[in-house]
Design a protein around this ligand. Structure first.
Ligand code: ZN
Ligand code: ZN
Length: 226
């Protein structure tokens, strides 16, 4: 079976080994060749912050950012698959900003394998303006074969946050709204919020706070990169 690597465009030789056939696992077409797969640095679950997933070794297994979040009473747990290295930055540029929608396929299976039907899965939304420019929500692209709930909307009048410090940012105006019809769906449920990148954790926390304030039982985060 032959298909092309979505990143380097070379043919991928997918030899089905006997042990694979005997394992009765369903066959998934590879979208990345092995060389390209190694360019993206997977986060090692044993060598990262146990709160946000940042790579490295930390005292008490928490990075300095998360220790600060904890000090203000916030202990949101996030899981990420890959480090946000130069190749991942390049990927985001091509997928999200240049709008190459095919590239979503490179990482769909990571989300499919991690998520399960016991969780209420809610992607971080994009604004109408962004959606119209880009043509898609890059987070929903990763969830192609996953059942998720489109429960959040962007509060269109949100202010820019770049000049604000951490404490101010989390206390600024909520950038999201919950769709009214979704209140019953989230009530007393465990929610997993999905985003593309975890940078400061502020976006995730705004979404999380909104869901908790509306009756969700527990909220955690999942992103492609950290
Ligand atoms: Zn490749
Ligand atoms: Zn952390």
């Amino acid at each position: 079976m032959k298909n092309k690597c979505l990143w380097c465009n070379k043919s991928i030789n997918n030899e089905l080994t006997l042990s694979f056939i005997l394992s009765f696992k369903s066959y998934q077409e590879q979208s990345l060749c092995n060389e390209c797969l190694h360019l993206f640095k997977a986060i090692n679950n044993d060598l990262c912050c146990h709160m946000c997933g940042r790579s490295g070794t930390f005292n008490s297994n928490k990075c300095s950012d998360c220790l600060r979040w904890q000090k203000i009473g916030d202990s949101l747990i996030n899981h990420s698959f890959f480090q946000y290295n130069d190749v991942m930055k390049d990927y985001m540029q091509k997928y999200k900003f240049n709008g190459d929608y095919r590239l979503r396929k490179m990482f769909c299976k990571y989300f499919e394998q991690y998520l399960n039907s016991d969780m209420i899965i809610i992607p971080v939304p994009v604004s109408d303006k962004t959606f119209n420019q880009r043509g898609f929500n890059q987070v929903e692209g990763f969830l192609e074969n996953v059942e998720y709930l489109n429960a959040l909307l962007v509060n269109e009048d949100k202010q820019t946050q770049s000049h604000l410090n951490r404490k101010d940012r989390i206390s600024t105006k909520q950038p999201f709204k919950l769709k009214h019809s979704m209140k019953n769906n989230i009530f007393n449920r465990n929610i997993i919020i999905v985003d593309d990148i975890y940078t400061t954790g502020t976006t995730m926390r705004h979404a999380g706070k909104l869901l908790i304030d509306n009756g969700a039982k527990n909220v955690q985060g999942l992103t492609l990169a950290r």
